[in-house]
Design a protein around this ligand. Structure first.
Ligand SMILES: Nc1ncnc2c1ncn2[C@@H]1O[C@H](COP(=O)(O)OP(=O)(O)OP(=O)(O)O)[C@@H](O)[C@H]1O
Ligand SMILES: [Mg+2]
Length: 245
């Protein structure tokens, strides 16, 4: 059971967001919010629009109408780089490592990309190691040759280095061995406990509801339901209806 959280201003609020890929109307009025310190799961079947929602937040998909407020400011239409400066870390589905670079270099490059001053880069790396101590012995290995779980740690660590207030994570445990999936899940919970808002996209609703404070169900680009994870865990039928499982 997760402790009830103090009310706070939403870090992220989507209001009736409509987004298209070409002529395909993928997000058909998505409204949701994430507060500081909250772990919120976005659940839905294949093709529901979960990844598109994260991409819309990051300005990687054209939003035709609606608002996406980050820290109270509408970011629709801003460049991805500017949106990231609101303190948003995005871990995409493919957890892309910079090829041929070591773990250390991957983190450094992310710090450079975020314009972190040189003298703050080593402390940033140390913060990543605090979150994922298991990475310490892999620091000088080619990151693209690590296991899926280790790459996921680097990807999440990289997304957390520069004052991240909101972490968007797309199916982080997909394809991982169960013990690694549990470790990643625990880490996301711990990240939320530090006050970061976490939006976790998951197809595995059972796992996500063990972890989350709240959840939304997305189906065919529409939020069809949601509530506290405790409630949804206790009434799986409701979730099944939402997700048409
Ligand atoms: N680049 C694209 N161009 C055109 N259509 C796309 C593109 N990416 C996704 N779509 C379509 O948009 C819809 C939503 O896709 P999205 O990837 O957001 O789903 P998802 O919920 O993340 O699914 P999954 O669980 O399989 O990752 C799907 O119908 C998909 O086919
Ligand atoms: Mg997806």
């Amino acid at each position: 059971m997760s402790a009830p959280r103090q009310p706070s201003l939403p870090l992220l609020r989507l209001e009736v967001v409509q987004a298209y890929y070409g002529l395909a109307h993928v997000l058909q009025g998505v409204s949701m919010e994430v507060r500081s310190g909250e772990l919120v799961a976005l659940l839905g079947r294949n093709g529901a629009g979960k990844t598109t929602t994260l991409r819309a937040i990051m300005g990687l998909v054209a939003v035709r109408s609606g608002r996406i407020d980050c820290g109270g400011e509408n970011v629709v239409g801003l460049a991805t780089e500017r949106i990231a400066r609101f303190g948003i870390g995005y871990v995409s589905e493919d957890r892309r490592m910079f090829p041929g670079l070591t773990v250390r270099e991957n983190v450094r490059l992310a710090a450079l990309g975020a314009s972190l001053p040189r003298d703050e880069q080593e402390p940033a790396l140390q913060r990543v190691l605090e979150v994922f101590p298991a990475l310490e012995r892999h620091l000088d290995l080619d990151a693209s040759r690590l296991s899926g779980g280790q790459q996921q740690m680097v990807a999440i660590g990289r997304a957390l280095i520069c004052g991240t207030r909101l972490l968007l994570v797309d199916e982080p445990t997909q394809g991982l061995a169960p013990n690694l999936a549990v470790e990643i899940a625990r880490t996301l919970r711990a990240v939320a406990e530090t006050g970061v808002g976490v939006l976790l996209v998951e197809q595995n609703s059972q796992m996500a509801l063990q972890l989350a404070d709240r959840a939304y169900a997305l189906d065919q680009g529409v939020i069809v339901g949601g509530g506290s994870a405790d409630e949804l865990r206790e009434s799986p039928k409701v979730l099944e209806q939402y997700l048409k499982l």
